[in-house]
Design a protein around this ligand. Structure first.
Ligand SMILES: C[S@@+](CC[C@H](N)C(=O)[O-])C[C@H]1O[C@@H](n2cnc3c(N)ncnc32)[C@H](O)[C@@H]1O
Length: 233
């Protein structure tokens, strides 16, 4: 492994704001952090927002700077990427930021019922092949996992360059009669974009440089409604 990457892994392990549980700590069981994030990690009762598939964590740290009275947790499986956001938060004393290195599939092992207020999905892999539909982070499989940890009618945000993923998610929303708060197929076409929606991630910058349009969806997820998958086209 490259020396720089090894150094980053070593530093990641030393950051107080990073949690890297071993697979065995959460496989088919609850992790000890579940239900304790307010008390043990943040030392406050402020609402918690997750950025799932956070990469370098630009939304996690960007939102934390905007909303100092809220807590933000970036979740990703890749430590070398997460290092960037964790270092930013450490160097700049962002006490309302944490990072969790785990597979999103096991998210309900780490958060208890109603522990999370909002979820951001920032440029997730579109999983374009039809047979991989259920791997999409906005599929019914994942939305049902999020329902378990989100407060009732909590917001889910999806920012993506993928028309396929945007349209697929719109279809899931409509099929399940979820409430859409905002939906745009070209975020930057109308001039002014809000400061929050203007936070740029690593992948967003790549896609913008390629001339791609950025789409955005914000919707509510009700707790007591099983989400089902729409029919294939
Ligand atoms: C295309 S990148 C986007 C990263 C970042 N949000 C951005 O916009 O720059 C997708 C990220 O999701 C992470 N990811 C994908 N599936 C995951 C899973 N099941 N569990 C944890 N992380 C996952 C990948 O490791 C990767 O960092």
């Amino acid at each position: 492994m490259a020396k720089k990457k090894l150094q980053r892994f070593a530093q990641l392990a030393s950051f107080n704001n990073v949690f890297q549980p071993h697979f065995s700590e959460s496989f088919n069981k609850d992790h000890h952090l579940k239900g304790t994030w307010h008390k043990v990690v943040f030392y406050n009762d402020n609402p918690i927002t997750l950025e799932l598939g956070c990469g370098k964590g630009e939304y996690t740290t960007g939102l934390a700077r905007h909303f100092t009275d809220r807590n933000f947790i970036g979740v990703d499986i890749k430590g070398a990427r997460m290092w960037r956001g964790a270092k930013d938060a450490t160097d700049n004393h962002l006490g309302n930021v944490a990072f969790l290195r785990t597979n999103i599939e096991s998210i309900s092992s780490f958060f208890s019922e109603n522990e999370v207020d909002e979820i951001w999905l920032t440029f997730p892999d579109p999983q374009a092949e039809q047979r991989r539909t259920k791997k999409r982070l906005s599929s019914s499989v994942f939305l049902n996992k999020y329902r378990k940890i989100l407060k009732d009618n909590g917001f889910v945000h999806l920012k993506t360059d993928s028309t396929l993923l945007h349209e697929y998610t719109f279809k899931v929303i409509k099929h399940n009669q979820l409430e859409i708060i905002e939906c745009t197929a070209d975020l930057y076409s109308g001039g002014e974009t809000s400061a929050v929606l203007s936070i740029r991630t690593h992948y967003e910058n790549i896609f913008l440089n390629e001339g791609k349009k950025i789409t955005y969806l914000k919707f509510r997820l009700p707790k007591n409604k099983e989400i089902t998958e729409p029919e294939n086209d």
